[in-house]
Design a protein around this ligand. Structure first.
Ligand SMILES: C[S@@+](CC[C@H](N)C(=O)[O-])C[C@H]1O[C@@H](n2cnc3c(N)ncnc32)[C@H](O)[C@@H]1O
Length: 241
């Protein structure tokens, strides 16, 4: 699983959603039982949402395991109060606690099993202060079956092109993504690179079952601003007990 060359396409595909997503997150932070100042972004990617929240005055920590995504995040967060760490969300370590954690754009779907999801919840519980909130979105089964399974999409970024193919596997439990990148060499030629990614489709029962020590405050459908209709995404908001 990797975000390497596709990192350069990422903001072009998702960038318009960063401002409304950050607004949604500040609403989530207002549901915490404690004031929120320090915030962890799990799977921060290119750091666009981190940067917006840092400009709003939050002390941001972004964790991601892709050097290529983090390289872009470093530029986006230059001069801002954002600490970027290259770590795996299944085993991350922080220097202290935070009052809010979020994981945007289906990062948690990149976990391989409900057991790994449980590990992430346990680590979030460890570093999140009591009364703090944990917000994230996940892709729904509908999205895997109707939007991804057997589908091909193409994206352009300047002279570069990415072809994205996806299909369900593992009896519908996982979804494989094959990304073919055609990168212009500036001399009329193209270099082809390939990435593969895999997501796990988690049920509500698996998510709430992993959330030991948290209270579920809300679960809502896609919000539109991320390009996803109500049936395509689930937005979860938990408060740490
Ligand atoms: C779809 S992108 C979302 C990026 C970002 N949250 C955003 O809102 O734009 C998923 C991100 O999760 C990261 N990721 C996937 N598995 C990870 C893991 N085990 N630990 C840390 N980061 C991970 C990827 O590198 C990628 O940057």
């Amino acid at each position: 699983m990797s975000f390497i060359s596709s990192a350069a396409f990422y903001d072009g595909i998702n960038g318009e959603a960063y401002v409304p997503y950050a607004e949604y997150l500040t609403e989530c932070f207002s549901k915490a039982a404690i004031p929120v100042k320090e915030v962890l972004d799990l799977g921060c990617g290119t750091g666009g949402i981190c940067a917006i929240l840092a400009k709003k005055g939050y002390d941001m920590i972004g964790i991601d395991n892709s050097a290529d995504m983090l390289n872009i995040a470093y530029c986006a967060n230059s001069g801002l109060n954002t600490l970027l760490l290259m770590q795996d969300m299944r085993s991350f370590e922080l220097y202290g606690t935070v009052q809010a954690v979020y994981s945007s754009f289906d990062c948690l779907n990149y976990l391989g099993s409900a057991k790994e999801l449980g590990k992430v919840f346990a680590l979030v519980h460890n570093y999140l202060e009591p009364g703090g909130v944990f917000a994230f979105d996940v892709n729904t089964r509908f999205r895997y079956e109707k939007i991804f399974d057997g589908m091909t999409y193409a994206y352009e970024s300047g002279d570069d092109m990415m072809v994205w193919r996806s299909a369900l596997s593992d009896n519908g439990k996982s979804c494989e993504f094959w990304l073919d990148l055609f990168l212009c060499d500036g001399k009329g030629g193209y270099r082809r690179e390939r990435e593969t990614q895999r997501q796990t489709c988690f049920s509500r029962e698996e998510i709430t079952g992993a959330a030991a020590g948290f209270t579920l405050l809300s679960q809502t459908g896609g919000k539109g601003f991320d390009g996803c209709g109500e049936a395509e995404k689930d937005y979860y908001l938990f408060r740490r007990d």
